[in-house]
Ligand binder design. Sequence first.
Ligand code: SF4
Length: 182
Amino acid sequence: MNLWNKLMCYSRRHSPWLFHMNGGSCNGCDIELIASLTPRYDAEQLGVRLEGSPRHADILCITGPITHNATNAIKTVYDQVCGPKAVIAIGSCPATTNVFIDSRTLEGPLSKHIPVDVFVPGCPPRPDAIIQGVAKAAEILAERAGKKQPVVPVVMPLVGPGCSGACACGASAEAKNEEVQA
Ligand code: SF4
């Protein structure tokens, strides 16, 4: 690896820029992602920054069960992120389509359409779990710089209860947590 690539690896590891896309979520995961950037959790102390354009981002954060309408937009945005790049599936929806599994408007899970590097489980995941997922993705990104590597998805451990009952799916938190524990 030449000096330029080493410098790029260091920068990406210590200052990952994120682009967030909603693939049809109930907004529960989106709120937790924003919470992770607030002073209380303070992801910015790790150099994490939310970007307005995928062309400036290193990591694509996707929430929601991936609706028909969102599918092409997600593929386009994925292509717009310059390589090397990493993808984080935030919440149980992009990983499995979760409580929306029987909906005919869905084309999820996300891994059917683009390679996913890190899955952060939870419905919604806690902000600290999201920060752990971003740190893992930054690590993957730094290793990936300058070489071609196959995507080996990492599933992060569940932090706190799987379901906080905060989303709009209508299922009770107790029932969903029993399902997660089973
Ligand atoms: S249902 Fe749960 S996992 Fe899906 S978007 Fe809402 S909070 Fe996130």
